[in-house]
Design a binder for this molecule. Structure first.
Ligand code: DGJ
Length: 538
């Protein structure tokens, strides 16, 4: 695990803490890099797995309030905390910036050996504009709002007004300049979320004068060119709408995509993507660390506008890819039960999976194994983690403790087709994967007629005939897929721990613990790490 030593820069004043150009950890600023089919987050020159959690919205607005929270984040075994930073507190008066809070958060994170992902609550948070400074709130003429179907103006900044994105981008750029100045050598801040769950609520699109005018104009040339250039790779959702309107290469939004709320949503997706991209670009010009946009998810029983219309949803992903080339990833906030389906829908078109919000209790501590093991996620981050009771003993803490031990191994095998993640229950008691030249069957554990009700974990093919697994309540069987003896036996199973990436074996598991040599078993009473060798015979 790429945790740094506790030696940290001491904060003397507000902005001068770590001078630019001072020697810092190797490898340049945080960035994304490709390994096989995966995109990895690189911090201090090394791949980094975000084992994180997101604070509740208002916690980080007070350093005093945060005081007891930092240790709880450590107790939950986090290496990263997702921490809101708001426009209203950064620029309380136009042109006057206050970074005292930002500095305090960075300083405290360093003291606890934690990294930060800052969430820029700028123009929007949950589709609303509650975090804009009061001087923006009051000046509704200069900073136009969204108008919805009944002619009502709602308290949401309009994407169509240049003054809006320019003011937001200016504040965000000042923030990024400051982060570079104080953290450009230390890399405590490893990624930025730009805005939060954007989109119009209450209608499928903005209907103010600027928006109506833009909607009646032709689809912008950049989007038409993107669609044509990527025609074969487009996801079915957008392609179908374009196809059913006749694959036109020019025309208004309704001519190119047909009329209806879905087209309104495409129009809004383009305008939100362009806006967020402009803000992100202004920030990257100051300090180019990775940025992402997060989404409030849709639901089949609802219509655009009942979820924020125009957010970075999988069914408009192509529009966001076209309109937001400086946004490094699109990230789902997954509170819905079909967690795996949402992961699959976001892990398309080369989009690296990162989950900034999900439940931290119930299924959350199990689902992190699926996201990381099955989709090479760059990290997971349940929401409202500062309210988790008994953090040291919480299920999330246990899952993360095991994942943290495995992190170097996980990162080494990302993007190579050598890893699988899974969650099993009575409805889905088994999954089959192909790993390391074997068909691997992973099923709910059972022994002597007693069966586990839940199973979860991840398994990695670490070498010829060798696997390392972590998790609980499952058993693994192997069947060869390559020429040679047709049967596979379990050679030896060792439980153990990784300390600083080094394997320390514990018990040799045989007898009942590996079902008399037939399976690699993971006891449902704890989360175990096991190393298993396999041999072939006939
Ligand atoms: C999603 C938002 O992104 C969070 O800021 C928070 O409001 C949660 N919803 C509440 O469940």
């Amino acid at each position: 695990m790429a945790r740094r030593s506790l030696a940290v820069a001491v904060f003397v004043g507000m902005a001068s803490v770590v001078a630019l150009g001072q020697a810092g950890p190797a490898g340049g600023h945080p960035q994304l890099r490709t390994q096989g089919t995966a995109r990895q987050l690189i911090v201090d020159g090394q791949p980094f797995l975000i084992i994180g959690g997101e604070l509740r919205n208002s916690s980080s607005s007070s350093l005093e309030y945060m005081k007891p929270i930092w240790q709880r984040m450590v107790d939950l075994n986090f290496n990263t905390v997702l921490t809101p930073v708001s426009w209203e507190l950064v620029e309380p008066e136009e042109g006057k910036f206050d970074f005292a809070l930002v500095d305090g958060l960075i300083q405290e994170a360093r003291r606890y050996n934690l990294r930060l992902v800052f969430l820029w609550f700028g123009s929007w948070k949950n589709g609303q504009s509650s975090y804009i400074p009061v001087w923006v709130k009051k000046d509704y003429k200069r900073f136009p709002r969204v108008r919805v179907r009944n002619g009502e103006t709602i308290e949401v900044l309009s994407t169509l007004a240049e003054a809006n994105w320019k003011a937001d981008a200016k504040a965000y750029a000042a923030l990024m300049r400051h982060i570079r100045e104080v953290d450009g050598a230390d890399h405590t801040v490893i990624m930025m979320q730009v805005e939060n769950e954007v989109g119009v609520l209450g209608d499928s699109r903005d209907r103010n004068a600027l928006a109506n005018e833009a909607f009646a104009r032709p689809v912008p040339r950049e989007l038409m060119e993107y669609l044509q250039k990527n025609k074969n790779e487009l996801l079915a959702e957008v392609k179908k709408r374009w196809e059913s309107a006749g694959f036109k290469t020019a025309g208004t939004w309704e001519e190119v995509f047909g009329a209806g709320p879905e087209t309104d949503e495409i129009f809004m997706a383009w305008n939100y993507a362009r806006y967020v991209d402009r803000v992100a670009t202004a920030g990257k010009a100051e300090y180019a660390i990775p940025v992402y946009a997060n989404a409030w998810l849709s639901s089949p029983s609802r219509k655009p506008g009942e979820w924020p219309s125009g957010g970075p949803l999988p069914h408009t992903m192509d529009i966001w890819l076209a309109g937001g080339p400086h946004i490094d990833l699109l990230a789902p906030d997954i509170y819905q039960v079909n967690f795996q389906e949402w992961c699959q829908r976001y892990a398309r078109r080369g989009n690296p999976l990162f989950i900034p919000e999900m439940p931290g209790q119930m299924a959350g501590p199990r689902n992190v194994f699926y996201a990381i093991g099955q989709h090479d996620a760059i990290g997971t981050s349940p929401f409202a983690v500062d309210s988790i009771e008994n953090p040291k003993d919480a299920p999330l803490s246990k899952s993360y403790e095991a994942i943290a031990q495995m992190a170097p191994l996980i990162l080494k095998h990302q993007g190579k087709g050598e890893m699988a993640g899974f969650v099993l229950d009575k409805e889905n008691p088994a999954v089959k994967r192909q790993l390391g030249g074997y068909d691997v069957e992973i099923s709910l554990d059972s022994i002597f007629g007693r069966g586990a009700e839940l199973g979860y974990g991840l398994i990695i093919a670490t070498g010829p005939d060798e696997f390392v697994g972590v998790g609980s309540g499952f058993r693994v069987a192997f069947k060869p897929r390559t020429p040679g003896p047709a049967l596979a036996g379990v050679g030896a199973v060792d439980e153990g721990v990784y300390r600083n990436g080094k394997w320390i074996p514990g018990r040799r598991l045989n007898g009942d613990e590996n079902d008399q040599g037939q399976k690699c078993r993971f006891d449902s009473r704890r989360i175990n790490i096991e190393r298993c060798t396999v041999y072939r015979y006939e």
